[in-house]
Ligand binder design. Structure first.
Ligand SMILES: Nc1ncnc2c1ncn2[C@@H]1O[C@H](COP(=O)(O)OP(=O)(O)OP(=O)(O)O)[C@@H](O)[C@H]1O
Ligand SMILES: [Mg+2]
Length: 381
């Protein structure tokens, strides 16, 4: 078995451990070695020696802890141990944690130059339905987020306007543009803004380290990464905006896409207003083919078909359908709720119900949105 000269390797290793507040004992525990055994190996006491297997295990442990985050650091450690990149197999280079290392010079490029065929990395939920319309919005958001100087984009819109759905699509489309992928953090049910850091860490599979505060560990992880975070429904935890600011300042390769009912008021924030789906002017009679070009009509018809398989736009229901879409201002959530009732109420009767409910009043103003959505649900469902 190959024996390694330990001195230079150990000294570099200790430097890394100190930087994150870890001790040799933590490493011994991780490797399943007695601390004394590791100590002897690292110092070359007696006839103890570091083996190639030890070096490999140590490097994997450091990479898992994100003590080392770049390819250069790994290659340097291997070199000090008189080894080279072939100590790891191609498969190991292509599997976490090694596949998550980045090349230090690659901050402004979308791929690394180490032996890995990177696949799209993300934790985005798979959509259950197709995205209706939104071609232009997707294009604009991709352009915006693609600009070097744009680091934070906040998608703002009324409750149920389709922010989350649109953001997920944009994030998915852009996954290849970030070396370490895109990560979705659902804050919908969160009420405690102090838990935001932990939620992000959980999605990124970052283990909290005993010696440093969570935010510090997160920053250390993100510092050398090119990654897009999608923070969904941020209005729940608005006070955590300062955390987002800190992360962006500390991690130059990080971008953040936020969905929220209000902006975060952070320096450098780009606001993107999520428009409703386009809907026809209900005062103009349009034939069914023309109507089907509108996103709101498509969404309504598709969801109606889900509950009533034979549903199509006909000369008879076209006007009512157009008016329903206008009545709810093209709001996707309202369209879905309305369409779900088509099974029992044909469009004309549904429209009559919605008209009585004066929904247009409910869709005005941003202040009482949660209440508005509840009223909407109560009226339609
Ligand atoms: N373009 C679209 N194509 C298909 N379905 C859509 C589209 N936009 C929105 N939806 C659907 O409409 C509903 C509401 O959309 P979404 O949850 O994205 O809204 P939101 O703005 O994030 O709402 P909230 O403010 O409550 O979080 C969801 O069921 C979603 O799947
Ligand atoms: Mg949402």
């Amino acid at each position: 078995m190959k024996h390694i000269s330990a001195e230079a390797f150990s000294s570099d290793l200790h430097k890394h451990l100190r930087a994150i507040g870890y001790f040799q004992k933590d490493l011994a525990d991780k490797l399943g070695l007695h601390p004394k055994v590791l100590s002897r190996k690292l110092h070359g006491y007696g006839n103890a020696h570091l083996t190639e297997h030890d070096v490999r295990s140590i490097i994997i442990a450091l990479a898992q802890w994100q003590v080392i985050t770049t390819l250069d650091e790994v290659l340097h450690l291997l070199e000090l141990a008189q080894l080279n990149s072939t100590s790891f197999t191609t498969q190991e280079w292509q599997t976490p944690p090694l596949s998550q290392l980045i090349s230090r010079n690659s901050t402004h490029h979308s791929h690394t130059d180490y032996p890995s065929s990177r696949t799209r990395q993300h934790n985005l939920p798979a959509p259950l339905t197709r995205l209706v319309g939104r071609k232009e919005a997707v294009k604009q958001l991709r352009q915006l987020l693609g600009q070097n100087e744009v680091r934070l984009v906040t998608m703002v819109g009324a409750g149920g306007s389709g922010k989350t759905r649109l953001a997920l699509q944009v994030a998915y489309d852009m996954a290849d543009e970030f070396a370490q992928g895109v990560w979705f953090v659902d804050l919908t049910v969160m009420r405690d803004s102090t838990l935001v850091t932990q939620s992000i860490m959980q999605e990124l599979h970052i283990k909290p380290t005993p010696a440093s505060p969570a935010l510090q560990s997160l920053i250390r992880y993100l510092q050398n990464k090119q990654l897009l975070l999608l923070l969904d429904n941020f209005e729940q935890v608005a006070e955590a905006a300062t955390i987002v600011g800190e992360l962006l300042t500390a991690a130059p390769g990080l971008k953040v896409l936020v969905t929220s009912r209000t902006v975060l008021h952070l320096y450098g924030e780009s606001k993107f207003n999520v428009p409703p789906l386009d809907f026809p002017d209900s005062s103009i009679a349009l034939d069914t083919a023309k109507l089907e070009q509108y996103g709101a009509v498509q969404l309504f018809a598709e969801r109606a078909r889900a509950v009533l398989p034979g549903f199509t736009l006909t000369a008879e229901n076209a006007t009512s359908t157009a008016q329903i879409c206008a009545r709810v201002d093209g709001l996707p959530l309202a369209l879905e709720l309305a369409a779900a009732r088509v099974k029992i109420l044909p469009p004309a009767q549904l429209l009559a119900l919605l008209s009585r409910a004066r929904l247009s009043v409910l869709t005005k103003g941003a202040r009482n949105l949660p209440g508005r959505q509840q009223t909407l649900r109560k009226t339609i469902t």
